[in-house]
Write a protein that binds this ligand. Structure first.
Ligand code: ARG
Ligand code: ZN
Length: 469
């Protein structure tokens, strides 16, 4: 907005700036305050993201040479300054930055680790909307998570498998790489003819010229960076609509086509069933990306927004899990990485409800079986609400004990209130962020039971919770 666009001059300028502002802007390092640097203050990933601004929109223009594994790219970010900024930082791991512009003017930049520090020619005022354009290129590298699994831009035989939980998006685009900063996205991805580039949202156009095809994808609802994908390869593409009219885009690596066929036929039915349980599907389209991936991708799937990515043919229950994340995780996103149980407990509980529907165990039987089982030493390794270490954010307790917590909640509040919570929680926090306390408060408002002991025991206390009857 023009009103907020009043620029701050460079340090030392004598123009009509207040002395106070000059002092606060130009002391010591010249970088004003911590807001423009460091991370957003995540308890488990303190160096991720930046609290000084909020991105509204990412325009990512990616040109990928599959043979040379070379990416030639431009990121065009529209953001709002949350405070006066002399400089700010983006997250970008590897690659070469050739130029940065802020509001059309060349900006100075420097790099250290995964931090790209940008110093605009003119400082930015709190509340100002500004555009940052980063030109960059190189060979994106995959990265290892704290839990030693592989993520980021992962080379495949015929392109790249791209997934970013928790940190991997910074291997292929510069951004505010923290779930708190949700933005809309446009992707323009150019690949050699014969290959397909699949990103989040809806396909706006697909044009081939001079041996290259450009795919334009639009993701019009806020999305956390870890949910972005730009998976590239040779794919069999099936587009359709659910009977309710939701567009589906399903891309399958031919090597996985046979094994994927049956489960993927269930996609419509899963969306419909989950819509009944969780309320309106939050996005304008859905689908799946099934790729043939290297062996070191030892986990199966990620709930990338609108189109989960599957590292190999998924089974139906995995589809159910990733689709449930569209409500729990993608639409309602944790405020920090300490709250992944808000994603995984619901996605796991969705599996339990599906299995029951298919004539399998009831959720209570799933609970009992896990409670009794002594084979998995990880099950009680940490309480899901206090993962404590970065490697735990997708650890077993976040899934299993998280779902057990939901079963205990169901037992405490009764079916009617429980299933109301399953629908109203995603409605209340749609497209936003939430944390454990938000959920606890939300549930407490809907019942006369005192839920504090239950949450304390299942979410925060170490060791195996004791059962009360
Ligand atoms: N959120 C994904 C799921 O539950 C799991 C991602 C695992 N990623 C990882 N780097 N360990 O479907
Ligand atoms: Zn999950």
């Amino acid at each position: 907005s023009a009103v907020n666009r009043r620029p701050l001059r460079s340090c030392g300028a004598t123009a009509a700036l207040s002395v106070a502002l000059l002092l606060s802007s130009c002391t010591s390092s010249g970088v004003r305050g911590a807001a423009g640097s460091g991370g957003v203050g995540d308890p488990l990933f303190p160096s991720l993201g930046n609290g000084g601004y909020q991105v509204r929109h990412y325009g990512l223009d990616l040109d990928y040479d599959i043979k040379k594994r070379h990416l030639d790219a431009t990121a065009d970010l529209t953001a709002v300054a949350k405070t006066d900024l002399r400089s700010f930082q983006l997250d970008l791991q590897g690659l070469r930055v050739t130029e940065v512009q802020v509001d059309g003017e060349k900006a100075e930049f420097s790099r250290k680790g995964h931090k790209l520090t940008v110093r605009p020619a003119e400082g930015l005022r709190k509340g100002a909307e500004f555009r940052t354009r980063v030109d960059y290129d190189g060979t994106p590298q995959e990265m290892k998570d704290p839990d030693q699994s592989t993520e980021g831009w992962v080379k495949t035989r015929d392109g790249a498998f791209v997934s970013g939980e928790p940190a991997g998006s910074m291997t292929w685009f510069p951004g505010n790489n923290h779930p708190q900063d949700k933005a809309t996205y446009d992707f323009t991805i150019t690949v050699p003819k014969g290959y397909t580039a699949v990103a989040n949202g809806e396909l706006r156009s697909e044009r081939t010229a001079k041996g290259h095809t450009t795919f334009r994808w639009h993701s019009g609802r806020p999305m956390a960076s870890y949910l972005a994908t730009a998976t590239i390869g040779r794919f069999e593409v099936h587009t359709s609509r659910t009977p309710e009219g939701l567009p589906l885009y399903v891309a399958v690596d031919p090597a996985e086509a046979k094994a994927s066929k049956k489960p993927l036929e269930k996609l419509s039915e899963i969306v419909k069933w989950e819509t009944k349980l969780f309320g309106p599907y939050p996005f304008a389209s859905s689908g799946a990306i099934v790729d043939d991936t290297p062996k070191r991708i030892d986990w199966l799937a990620l709930e990338s927004q609108t189109k989960p990515v599957y590292a190999g043919a998924p089974d139906t229950v995995t589809l159910v899990h990733e689709m449930a994340h569209q409500w729990f995780g993608d639409s309602v996103t944790p405020k920090t990485w300490a709250d992944t149980w808000l994603n995984e407990s619901f996605a796991t509980y969705a599996e339990w409800l599906w299995e029951e529907r298919e004539g399998g165990k009831t959720p209570q039987q799933q609970f009992d079986a896990l409670y009794k089982d002594t084979k998995d030493p990880d099950r009680w390794a940490f309480p899901p609400g206090k993962p404590g270490q970065a490697k735990n954010v997708t650890g077993t307790p976040v899934y299993e004990r998280g779902a057990m917590l939901l079963q205990e909640l169901r037992n405490a509040v009764g079916d009617k209130t429980f299933f109301t919570i399953l629908r109203e929680w995603p409605a209340e926090y749609r497209y936003r962020n939430a944390d454990a306390q938000d959920f606890i408060d939300f549930c407490q408002e809907r019942t006369d039971e005192d839920l504090e002991p239950l949450f304390k025991k299942w979410l925060y206390e170490k060791g195996k919770p004791e059962l009360t009857d």
